[in-house]
Design a protein around this ligand. Structure first.
Ligand code: PLP
Length: 376
């Protein structure tokens, strides 16, 4: 089965990981520092980066660093992986889902603003499929309402909005480095922000809430061993072995972006004349590094087309089941019909294979299979 996404690993990646295994450090060491520095440089204009063990950990850490706690409200999109919402719930927040734009599947600005309630701490927008949200507009809306913008950029490292790289656009941005994403550390993620205070809280949260910086300690002159646990935290430390892979992958990001763009153009050309499907488009002002190639078919035909593609060995996916369809939310009283645009998008959506090592011949094969399945 041709997967919908997979990692691209070459000899440079392998050598980097082997060198880390031969070094003195397995877990957090100099390569984590280097990876965080490289990542902050790639984004530019941020106070730094905090590497963590997954995109889920990055979201959890970002919400914690933004001060999300019991009684707070987080407004977000239902067209996402459940972690965008569930990590805020872990901190005691209540989730309010707002609808998406029909064309991009991204959170709709007006719908998000209409969903804001007293106690809204964060607006969490997802760059669906790799298309960056209009973070400038979301940030000013969030600030006007006393909230922060968290950009869930699990799909979109390498993308640009108005020429600015994703990561520099929001109050806080969370990346995922899962193997199917735009670059990988096997499991991994990171938080970036222009706010050094927020990053400091993120750094404490990912490592048990431990503080070692003398200037921040409550008691001084205790001894060189002294440190303090000042807040609740977890162990979300990315190991050096995986940071080594991250450094190598980040250096290949432009190469990955070019290949993903070429594949998307090839799909767009090969599928342009197929009736009954809607192809993804890049909104004005965006240069997406696409994580997904989401096509939309008629609702009534989606299952049949999906199953035919799977029978043809094409590992298509649906991204996503609306988050509140999951029993976790159903049991809390969330009802279907809440966000009709997202529900319709989800009911029509099929993600085609998209990853750098996909060959032109495989792209053509997928396009032919789509043509056959839609015509059947
Ligand atoms: C992948 C993903 C996550 C979670 O990332 P992991 O690294 O798998 O924990 C969060 N949000 C979105 C939108 C994702 O696609």
């Amino acid at each position: 089965m041709l997967p919908y996404g997979r990692q691209s690993i070459d000899e440079r990646d392998i050598e980097a990981v082997v060198a880390a295994l031969r070094s003195d450090w397995l877990t957090t060491g100099p390569l984590v520092d280097r990876f965080e520095k490289d990542l902050a440089e790639h984004v530019g204009g941020v106070a730094g980066a905090v590497a963590v063990t997954s995109g889920t950990a990055a979201l959890h850490t970002a919400y914690a660093a933004a001060g999300v706690g019991p009684g707070d409200v987080v407004v977000t999109t239902p067209l996402t992986f459940v972690a965008t919402a569930s990590t805020a719930m872990q901190l005691g927040a209540r989730i309010v889902f707002a609808d998406v734009e029909e064309a991009s599947g991204n959170l709709d600005l007006a719908a998000a603003e209409a969903a804001v309630e007293p106690g809204t701490k964060v607006i969490a927008a997802v760059d669906y499929a790799g298309v960056p949200v209009d973070a400038a507009a979301f940030t000013s809306m969030a600030h006007k309402n006393g909230a922060l913008l968290l950009e869930d950029a699990a799909h979109s490292i390498g993308s640009l909005r108005d020429g600015v790289p994703v990561g520099r656009l929001a109050d806080v941005t969370a990346f995922s480095f899962f193997p199917t994403k735009n670059m990988t550390t096997a499991e991994g993620g990171a938080v970036v922000s222009p706010d050094s205070g927020l990053l400091q809280r993120a750094r404490a949260f990912k490592a048990h809430g431990v503080v070692r910086d003398a200037a921040l300690l409550r008691r001084s002159d205790v001894g060189p061993w002294y440190h303090e646990v000042q807040t609740l935290g977890l162990n979300y430390r990315l190991p050096d072995v995986l940071a080594a892979l991250g450094i190598a992958q980040l250096s290949r990001l432009n190469e990955f972006a070019a290949r993903r763009a070429a594949i998307c153009s090839r799909y767009a050309e090969a599928l342009a004349d197929v009736e009954g499907i809607v192809l993804p488009e890049d909104p004005p002002g965006t240069v997406p590094m696409r994580h997904l190639y989401p096509i939309r078919v008629e609702v009534a035909r989606r299952r049949q087309i999906f199953e035919r593609l799977r029978e043809d060995g094409i590992g298509v996916q649906v991204n996503y089941i609306p988050a509140y369809f999951h029993p976790l939310f159903e049991d809390l009283g969330y009802r279907r019909g809440l966000c009709p645009v997202a529900e319709e998008f989800s009911a029509r959506e099929i993600s085609l294979p998209l990853f750098p090592d996909l060959t032109d011949a495989q792209v053509d094969e997928v396009a032919e299979a789509v043509r056959r399945a839609v015509a059947a």
